[in-house]
Design a protein around this ligand. Sequence first.
Ligand SMILES: Cc1ncc(COP(=O)(O)O)c(C=O)c1O
Length: 399
Amino acid sequence: MIPYGKQSLDEADIAAVVSTLRGDWLTQGPAVPAFEDAFAAKVGAKYAVAVNSGTAALHAIMRALNVGQDDEVIVPPITFTASANCAAFEGATPVFVDVDPETLLIDPVAVERAITPRTRAIVAVDYTGHPCDYDALREIANRHQIALVADACHSPGASYKGRAVGTLADLTAFSFHPVKHITTGEGGLVSTDNPVYAEAMRDFRTHGITKDPARFLGLEEDAPYAMPDASSSSAIAEQGPWYYEMHSLGYNYRMPDINAALGLSQLTKLDAFVARRRKIAARYQSAFELAKGVRPLRVREWANPAWHLFVVRIDFATVGRTRTEVMQELREQGIGTQVHYIPVHLQPFYRRHFNTALGQCPVAETAYVELLSLPMYPAMTDDDVDTVINAVSKTVCGK
Ligand SMILES: Cc1ncc(COP(=O)(O)O)c(C=O)c1O
């Protein structure tokens, strides 16, 4: 079976995890900061904050930006639900805007039209691993003084006009789920150059608790900064080595050391994984270039994508077979495919709670009925890719 996606793990990855298991820390040990430092260096960002999923990374971003009730966050519908949910978690309203018909990336013209006095942030999703048009989005964000967030869960290792994903937005979210470029089992991370955001996200992932004496407020309103000494007015003001303070309502979103150790080992292979994905994409592209009925998404000249997914559009009505039938026929030939994504604004939750509706994002809705993700993972051999090409050509084009 050739699945649509799959992790690549080797003996070095296994040894890294085993060595953490034999050590003193399963969580909150040295592997997390080591992974954060290595990842920040890799993408060229000043700070990296590791968390336990890409969803947690997006949620931490919303909290760092103080997004809340009455705020709006602009997001495209062709994405995983978490890109929008992060705003809803904090009581804000995700505002869905349509996508570019050729790349299916958020359309800057649609973004501009959707901005209101309540808009606080744009979440740009690098769908399939292709970076969004960050210069256009940056210009809009600066002019309206709103934050630019990158959901780069599909695009570690990608670049935009030669600049690495991870530094193009104010905050960038990554996911390390097994089908992504590198994995920590489950895991996520935010990169940013802003120290205030980084500190807010570190608090948020640990219950909103700080152990930094320089930031202590004191438990008694009248005795801030009191240190344990005999002159202390009250025993309650004593701050000993056990002492910590909770300043905000946070979560336990920490990445365990076991996972970070795997991430550190995987990170050394990111470039090789991306290079292989690019080769596979090139093979698909040249095979489908002239094929009737199978249309790969367009790649902009300013993008060097990281190819999390290889998505094609198929006009199933013209082909005379439903998408389910095509997927089933491919499965019978040992090929796994997927659909990314059901437009998020059509999900019952959003229709029910945010009054979204069919017709709101026509480009995304039209694209959705044609989308099919073909297998894409670094361990695919050229023979595997050719097997997929032949099976898809036969099933869809009849040859
Ligand atoms: C675009 C996008 N954003 C966010 C996420 C959430 O990441 P995670 O599954 O690590 O929570 C995903 C994962 O599927 C994703 O594809």
